[in-house]
Design a protein around this ligand. Structure first.
Ligand SMILES: [Zn+2]
Ligand SMILES: [Zn+2]
Length: 279
């Protein structure tokens, strides 16, 4: 691990604010030096360092966006982290002591569960031409280049880049390969996508967690909407769930249904646990 170029602060309990630009520049210089003497192993270690630092940047940015209630932006950043982590895993095994990666991965999956997004747009693509990012040659099933997708060459990851894409149609689905394309309603007057999703659960969690490096756990409990709890409400009264809507347009049709209740469990270094619950 001594070949890595990651500042030791990245392994502290709470990673301090960091001059990411400086670290990136340092890695870039070291990589150029390694490539000058054709040290591929060193260049690969530097790619690993670079990717870990990028993951931290996205993680902090996503958390910042959650605090600012820019929920869709944070969602896309979580998706980017997921992609970086899956590329990284092939070349670097990490555990609970490796630069918070364990925590970052766990918290992103937990946040994804708390998001209200359930439908995504997926596109069917035909006639796509694929280019190898390492040699820039076209690759086809019977015409491969010497590079393997996902491998590190000259300190860069090898990807297959699709060009000349032609979309045939789009579909709605609940488990897409890429989660960026969230289905939004269109505001017919503004001709803009209107974000009508309810982010109250995430908002409450973020208030509790406060810091991107705070360890936390999500517990989901299955509850039933019992009629007794709503017995005192008339149809037009404000619903007890706090949505601001009238009871009959909110929880009334859902009585008897099951729903998840989310618990946020905060953990600190002494494994102190604080439990809060949110509807
Ligand atoms: Zn190639
Ligand atoms: Zn309600």
């Amino acid at each position: 691990m001594n070949k890595m170029l990651i500042p030791p602060q990245f392994n502290q309990l709470h990673v301090p604010d960091f001059a990411f630009g400086e670290v990136e520049a340092m890695i870039k210089t070291a990589k150029a030096e390694a490539l000058a003497i054709n040290d591929q192993a060193r260049a690969k270690d530097l790619w690993i360092s670079e990717t870990i630092i990028k993951i931290h940047q996205y993680h902090r940015r996503a958390f910042q966006h959650l605090l600012q209630k820019a929920y869709y932006k944070a969602w896309c950043e979580f998706e980017s982290i997921e992609n970086y982590l899956s590329e990284l895993k092939v070349h670097f095994i990490y555990d609970k002591r490796s630069y918070h990666l364990w925590h970052i991965e766990k918290s992103l999956y937990q946040f994804q569960i708390l998001y209200p997004y359930r439908l995504f747009v997926a596109a069917d693509v035909i006639k796509s031409k694929k280019i190898c990012s390492t040699c820039n040659q076209e690759v086809q099933i019977h015409q491969l280049c010497e590079h393997e997708e996902g491998e590190i060459y000259k300190g860069e990851i090898c990807k297959r880049i699709s060009v000349n894409k032609e979309m045939t149609n789009t579909r709605m689905m609940d488990n897409p390969r890429h989660k960026y394309n969230v289905a939004f309603f269109r505001d017919e007057e503004q001709f803009e996508n209107a974000d009508a999703y309810d982010y109250r659960v995430i908002e409450e969690f973020v208030k509790q967690i406060k810091d991107p490096y705070q360890a936390w756990e999500l517990e989901v409990e299955e509850k039933t909407r019992k009629p007794e709890a709503y017995a005192h409400l008339s149809r037009n009264q404000a619903c007890r769930c706090g949505s601001g809507k009238a009871f009959m347009h909110c929880c009334m049709p859902k009585i008897g249904e099951k729903y998840p209740q989310y618990h946020c469990i905060l953990k600190n270094s002494r494994e102190f646990q604080k439990k809060s619950k949110f509807l």
